[in-house]
Design a protein around this ligand. Structure first.
Ligand SMILES: *[C@@H]1O[C@H](CO)[C@@H](O)[C@H](O)[C@H]1NC(C)=O
Ligand SMILES: *[C@@H]1O[C@H](CO)[C@@H](O)[C@H](O)[C@H]1NC(C)=O
Ligand SMILES: *[C@@H]1O[C@H](CO)[C@@H](O)[C@H](O)[C@H]1NC(C)=O
Ligand SMILES: *[C@@H]1O[C@H](CO)[C@@H](O)[C@H](O)[C@H]1NC(C)=O
Ligand SMILES: *[C@@H]1O[C@H](CO)[C@@H](O)[C@H](O)[C@H]1NC(C)=O
Length: 722
């Protein structure tokens, strides 16, 4: 039987008086011995030097009743002579005798065991004895479960805790149920009963509304806890602590195993289906891709491969919401549901679809819209975490965040619309704008007390800390746009139409307006407009720079010198890459810094990286010729590898959590998103390679054009001079 009765403040104090005779000296306990009612207590009695066994007699007696506790005589133990009260409750260690150790272990301690004890040792060399007193101070019997408990996730379970029925319920002042955390050496409050009232508000948030006492049973001293909707996290030790005015006691109930609920089984089933489907289709798909025959049957197979496993994984992540945190669940589901779009774009067969009109249309849409759409799905999922908080804006600082939300919405919609018209540059600028605005919201989220600090404290104001990032990001994005302009219209000599001027002017004007609103809002919040002088200056610079660019591009005579074209183009491309990386690094740096103390910080960082890589990907035109084998490998990694990885990660995490009761990887995004990033990055690398090849051809052509132009100039010059 598993005795879990532990009695607090119940101490059996054993006082010892050593009494030496004729050179023999027997030792007792050094200090008070603490024991538990119903537990065991060792009553020590030993001599320093070993003794011969012959003639040895060890006698343990209780002093008050003179009843025999234990007797060792003529080389053997004599349980037959033992007093009835101690029958079967005393262990005498025969192996220890030779070492001169005559201690006994008194088990299943009773209240009547209190009192004095005597350990008498008689040998041929003499006689010695040691006395000890066991004093009973306080006790309260609290009974818990007889065995460890098993529960099923999602079901209810009763954790027994009943107080000694001899104690009237009216005398019980307080009963607390606590959940122990051995690793952290701490406990959390589960439920409190005090002064005949149940305090549910006192419960930790994870137990709020999930725990009850049986009110009708309380008068009987039954303080059993009903734990409803059991979760994996509940696994572990629960302690029921009972206090009366002068006594207290406790019992421990061990919730040893939590069984899988129907929900968990569904997660496992969905993951297995995804695994089986993607593994099963992997080889045939690979084979067909290599053979390169786009017939109807193959197309069906490809569609099955990219749709079904991802939908299963997405559903599995959705069900994971019972265990995971909201932002993790929603992002992981969004990644899975958006992945087929990305897979269609990276599909090697995209260019070989049968030449039917509607398919051609699909092909075109996929080519231009896949990345912005995938990005939008992730972005909407990311923002959905914040939406409810944004709607309740009241202070000026919260209005700034609402402003960011507007920027986010406009830039997302803008990115998709611009991508429809194949204005990739502008689309990328929109996505980067989104990243900047998202960062602003992250920063806000990272400190809940932010707006209070902002409006109350002027010195050391946290709003001022973030002025650098607010002031640095927009110019970087505007310069990115202007550079892209030069690259395209100045060096590549693409026509510069009113449409381009209009779209880009819209950007410049909105950024100027944004800066002005920063100026007003931050100035208003910190009540010091001089500190934020940078914002209006910035907006003036944007407008001037933009006017200069328009003049330069519109004036045909100022067309760039033909020989410099290739070099200028290359410079622009390098600086654009550098700028994108710089913006990414800034976002990463600030979100890392801001999120450092939050538990989902790593997940956000992983997300920021993926979003930046996607933004960079949207800059590139859909490539025409790619190395076939690499292309197929990347596609297979995306369609099979990622699904297999995601479902395995989910299954492993589920089993680990069932085993340990706590999450192993606190946030699945930390694993899911980096793999997704690897997939998009390899695709980006392919795009860059393909763009580089096109660029080389173009530079060569430009140089040839340049030579022709220069030759013409030389030919023309003498004519003029003459
Ligand atoms: C005597 O034996 C008991 C039981 O093995 C042991 O717990 C105790 O420590 C021993 N005492 C000494 C002094 O060796
Ligand atoms: C010790 O034991 C011997 C015989 O074994 C006995 O004669 C003697 O009386 C005993 N002494 C005490 C004090 O019990
Ligand atoms: C505790 O207090 C109650 C009444 O107040 C009394 O009857 C009981 O004997 C006390 N118990 C102890 C161990 O002092
Ligand atoms: C809880 O108490 C009830 C009633 O005494 C008993 O039937 C049940 O087995 C106990 N449960 C456990 C787990 O000990
Ligand atoms: C306490 O009461 C509940 C509800 O009636 C019952 O399920 C449980 O077994 C009781 N526990 C004990 C130890 O009697």
């Amino acid at each position: 039987m598993l005795r879990t009765d532990i009695v607090l403040f119940h101490t059996l104090t054993v006082l010892a008086f050593a009494d030496g005779h004729e050179g023999l000296h027997v030792h007792g306990p050094l200090g008070p011995v603490v024991a538990q009612l119903g537990g065991s207590v060792l009553l020590p009695c030993f001599i320093e030097s070993p003794l011969p066994l012959e003639g040895l007699q060890v006698e343990w007696r209780k002093k008050d009743s003179d009843s025999l506790v234990s007797l060792f005589q003529q080389g053997k133990s004599r349980p037959d002579l033992q007093s009835q009260v101690f029958k079967g409750r005393v262990d005498f260690f025969q192996d220890e005798l030779l070492k001169g150790n005559f201690s006994i272990l008194l088990k299943n301690v009773l209240l009547e065991d209190a009192g004095g004890y005597r350990c008498k040792v008689n040998t041929s060399q003499g006689f010695t004895e040691v006395m000890m007193e066991v004093r009973n101070i306080k006790y309260l019997v609290v009974t818990g479960a007889e065995r460890a408990i098993f529960a099923t996730a999602g079901k209810d379970v009763v954790l027994n805790c009943s107080v000694d029925p001899r104690v009237p319920a009216s005398e019980i002042e307080e009963v607390t149920w606590k959940k122990m955390d051995r690793e952290k050496q701490s406990d959390i409050s589960v439920l409190l009963y005090q002064d005949k009232r149940i305090y549910s508000d006192f419960s930790h948030e994870s137990y709020q509304d999930r725990v009850h006492f049986f009110s009708s049973e309380i008068p009987k001293g039954n303080f059993s806890l009903k734990l409803m909707n059991v979760r994996m996290e509940d696994k572990g030790e629960f302690v029921c602590e009972v206090h009366t005015r002068n006594m207290s006691g406790l019992t421990t109930v061990f919730l040893e195993r939590i069984g899988f609920s129907a929900l968990h089984v569904s997660i496992l089933a969905l993951c297995s289906v995804a695994l089986l489907l993607s593994m099963g289709l992997c080889l045939p798909a690979f084979h067909n891709l290599r053979r390169n025959v786009p017939n109807r049957k193959c197309m069906m197979m490809y569609a099955l491969l990219i749709l079904c496993p991802n939908i299963c994984v997405c559903a599995a992540f959705g069900l994971w919401s019972s265990e995971g945190i909201f932002s993790e669940v929603i992002i992981c589901s969004a990644v899975s549901i958006g992945r087929p779009i990305m897979l269609m774009k990276t599909a090697p067969y995209l260019d070989r679809l049968p030449c039917k009109n509607h398919l051609k249309h699909v092909q075109k849409v996929v080519k231009s819209l896949a990345v912005p759409l995938y990005y939008s799905i992730l972005a909407i999922a990311t923002c959905s975490v914040f939406f409810d908080k944004l709607l309740q804006a009241q202070t000026a600082y919260e209005h700034m965040i609402t402003l960011m939300a507007v920027v986010i919405t406009v830039s997302l919609i803008g990115a998709v619309i611009l991508a429809i018209f194949d204005l990739r540059m502008y689309s990328t600028v929109c996505l980067e704008t989104f990243n900047g605005a998202l960062l602003a919201i992250f920063l806000h989220q990272s400190r809940k007390d932010y707006f209070e600090l902002c409006s109350i404290r002027i010195v050391n104001n946290p709003c001022i800390d973030h002025i650098p990032i607010t002031a640095t990001l927009p110019p970087l994005i505007i310069s990115l746009m202007i550079l892209l302009f030069f690259q395209k219209h100045y060096f590549q000599r693409k026509p510069f139409r009113c449409l381009h001027i209009a779209v880009a002017s819209a950007f410049v004007i909105s950024y100027s307006l944004l800066d002005i609103s920063f100026f007003v809002l931050i100035g208003f919040i910190i009540r010091d407009f001089a500190t934020v002088w940078i914002f209006p200056v910035e907006s003036v610079i944007y407008i001037l720079a933009w006017l200069a660019v328009i003049c330069l591009l519109r004036s045909q005579r100022l067309g760039c010198c033909a020989q410099r074209r290739g070099l200028g183009y290359l410079c622009c491309v390098v600086i654009v890459m550098f700028l994108i990386i710089a913006i990414g690094a800034l976002c990463l740096h600030f979100s890392t810094e801001a999120m450092e103390h939050k538990k989902d910080h790593a997940g956000y960082v992983a997300l920021v990286v993926l979003l930046h890589v996607l933004a960079a990907t949207s800059l590139f035109k859909h490539p025409k010729h790619l190395p076939e084998f690499l292309h197929i490998m990347i596609y297979m990694f995306g369609s099979v590898g990622l699904v297999v990885l995601n479902s395995l990660i989910l299954v492993v995490e589920l089993f680990l959590k069932a085993g340990k009761g706590v999450r192993t990887v606190g946030d699945l995004r930390v694993i899911v998103l980096p793999f997704e990033t690897v997939f998009v990055l390899t695709w980006l690398a392919l795009l860059i390679c393909s763009a580089w090849k096109r660029l080389q051809v173009r530079i060569k052509k430009n140089f040839e054009d340049g030579k022709v132009a220069a030759a013409e100039e030389i030919e023309v010059l003498p004519v003029r001079s003459s």
